[in-house]
Every structure is written in structure tokens, then in C-alpha cells.
Write a protein that binds this ligand. Structure first.
Ligand SMILES: Cc1ncc(COP(=O)(O)O)c(C=O)c1O
Length: 336
């Protein structure tokens, strides 16, 4: 660049309303408590390497085409695996063509938001919830009504009151967003009775449930309650999930389960020519071939949780209030 020429002022060309610039990454802190990171020792590396070699040797030439001969919904063997797994573990009866593979479940969140939300809309969320949801709603200019939680998850009396009060004001929320299985951040599991009640309220007020089940494989005893998607008799639920928590977040593979009239609208917004196929192929092969349940060993996070709870008890005594969660990666602590 010629020294006398002033640098081009890109900032004066930026679109209005951009979020603040991202901070430069300076590495992880020595004690890394960033939410959602897995334990490096728990990544099933040998199985992933084998899966990658096998699937590339067999089908690698399909990488020559967008969508690896499976179309825009994503790598079909992985969708077929998911359809079987969701049936077996969550009671969801869907076929592979009702599943859309996404770049992490964050893209799934964006697509669901994309088909429903416009500035000024209202949604219902849990009072304490995933930060990624809050920043998205804020950016979209959507009002979020928070429902308090207790030990059994979202409180249904508060949900009923919120829906009633919104209806009186002539507001129909676009969805009720919930993380029913080991909720982020409270670690609670929405009880079966409350799941029924949430679906009843959803039907009564004509508001769909948006179920984010990305922690469903992380229940300590491996037994999870049926998904709201499976329990809904009138198809009023959209379900999203992820391989980030059960296998590895850097793979960036998530999914949406919804009937075609909704998936077809999401696909029209998903203009990225397909999410990364290599990750999907490796996961498809990995999931098809492993014999143990598709979840990372719960003994490692459980051991860490016990250390954390013992240490809190030792240093804070009764001042630190928490409940021993039934799974997941969070401990919700109340301090004075
Ligand atoms: C509740 C919830 N939903 C979605 C995500 C996004 O996960 P990913 O995009 O890695 O699938 C997270 C990540 O922590 C989360 O906690």
C-alpha cells in the first residue's frame, strides 16, 4: 500500500444496526469454565478415526457434489440413525425426511427463529436460559417473557398466568421455548406431568412449543423422559438437538425435527448450500458402528460435579445453595 494513501474507511460503509465487533481470541483461560466445552479425554477419538477412514474409503467420492447425494436435508445415513435413535430413546416417531441436519443446533435455532419471528414479536422462554437464545432474541427485537423454574423445571402456574395475561393484551406469542432435559443453566428436568400440562396450555392458546433437547443424552442413569415432540397429539412441537454435548461441539452438527411444511420453509432460508458433509459422514458412520449407547461416558462429568459440590460445601457451607442435578454439565448455585 502506498504510504500517502489513507486506508479505506470500511466502517463508514457498514450496515446500520450491526452488533458490536467481536473480541480477538487470546486463548483459553488456564482454568477453563467456558460453558459447553467437553473434556478432551472424552472425545471418542479412535472410533472417530476409524469411522472417518471407513466412510471416506467407501463414499468419499460423493464429496464431489453438494449435499453428498442426500439432498439439502443432509447426509441420509445420519438422518436414518437419528430417526431410529429418537424413536428408541425419546419416543419420537418420525422418518429421516422429517429431520434437517444443521451446522450445530445454533443454526437450527436461527432457522426456527427465521420462519417465525419478526421485530416486535413476543416469545415465551424460561426465566434463566441459554445465553445464545437471549442474544438472538435481543438482536431480532423480540420481546421475551421469562417463566420462573423450580426443581421440576418450568412452573406451569406461571406459564398459564403469562399466556393468559398476554391473551388479554391481544398478544399471541410465537412459541414457548424450553430446554426440558437437564436445562441450561438450572440442570432441572421438566417432569412428565408438567410436559403434559405444557402441551395442554400450548393447545389451549394456540402457541407451539419449541423444544431444545441438546442435553438429552446426558442424564446420569441414561433414562430420559419422552420428548414433548413425542407426547404432542396435534403436532404442535418443533424439536432440535445436537451432537455437541454427546460427541464433540467442534463438529458443528445439530438437527431439527419437524413436519415437512415447516422444514420446507426452513430449507428455503438455509442458503448455505448444505452444512459440512464430512462431519455428517463421520458421525453417520460412527453412530452406525458403535455398540455402546451414543453418549459420552457420564462417569467423567459426574466425578467432576462431585468434586465441585464437595468443594462448594467445604468452602461455602450452607451459604451455597444447590441441588444435585440428574445429569448435564451445569450446577446452578445460589449465593447470598
Ligand atoms: C440450550 C442450548 N441450545 C443450543 C446450544 C448450541 O449448541 P450447538 O450449536 O453446539 O449444537 C447450546 C450450547 O451450549 C445450548 O446450551
Amino acid at each position: 500500500m502506498n504510504r500517502t494513501t489513507p486506508p479505506l474507511d470500511f466502517a463508514s460503509l457498514f450496515a446500520p444496526g450491526l452488533p458490536p465487533p467481536a473480541a480477538k481470541w487470546n486463548g483459553f483461560a488456564e482454568y477453563n469454565f467456558i460453558g459447553g466445552h467437553n473434556d478432551a479425554d472424552q472425545v471418542p477419538l479412535d472410533d472417530l478415526i476409524k469411522a472417518m477412514n471407513d466412510v471416506l474409503a467407501r463414499e468419499g467420492r460423493m464429496l464431489a457434489t453438494y449435499g453428498v447425494a442426500s439432498g439439502p436435508l443432509g447426509y441420509k445415513p445420519l438422518r436414518e440413525f437419528l430417526a431410529q435413535k429418537l424413536k428408541r430413546t425419546a419416543g419420537i416417531g418420525c422418518d429421516a425426511d422429517e429431520i434437517l441436519l444443521t451446522s450445530g443446533s445454533l443454526q437450527a435455532l436461527d432457522l426456527v427463529n427465521g420462519i417465525f419471528l419478526t421485530r416486535g414479536d413476543t416469545v415465551i422462554i424460561e426465566q434463566a436460559t441459554y445465553q445464545g437464545v437471549l442474544t438472538r432474541l435481543q438482536r431480532l427485537g423480540v420481546e421475551a417473557v421469562g417463566i420462573p423454574l423450580d426443581g421440576e423445571g418450568t412452573r406451569m402456574d406461571a406459564l398459564a398466568a403469562a399466556l393468559d395475561s398476554l391473551e388479554r393484551r391481544g398478544v399471541r406469542p410465537k412459541y414457548i421455548y424450553t430446554i426440558p432435559t437437564v436445562q441450561n443453566p438450572t440442570g432441572t428436568i421438566l417432569s412428565e406431568a408438567r410436559r403434559h400440562e405444557m402441551l395442554r396450555l400450548s393447545a389451549q392458546y394456540g402457541v407451539p412449543v419449541f423444544e431444545d433437547d441438546c442435553y438429552c443424552d446426558l442424564v446420569w442413569d441414561g433414562k430420559r423422559l419422552p420428548a414433548l415432540y413425542a407426547m404432542s397429539e396435534r403436532g404442535g412441537v418443533i424439536h432440535i438437538g445436537s451432537f455437541s454435548k454427546s460427541v464433540a461441539p467442534a463438529l458443528r452438527v445439530g438437527y431439527v425435527v419437524a413436519p415437512w411444511p415447516l422444514l420446507s420453509r426452513m430449507l428455503a432460508l438455509k442458503t448455505d448450500a448444505g452444512s459440512g458433509a464430512l462431519e455428517q459422514m463421520i458421525l453417520g458412520e460412527f453412530c452406525r458402528c458403535i455398540s455402546r449407547p451414543m453418549c459420552r461416558s457420564s462417569s467423567a462429568p459426574r466425578a467432576k460435579l462431585e468434586t465441585l459440590m464437595d468443594t462448594l460445601n467445604e468452602h461455602f457451607g450452607t451459604a451455597a445453595e444447590f441441588e444435585d442435578p440428574k445429569g448435564g454439565i451445569f450446577l446452578w448455585v445460589k449465593l447470598p
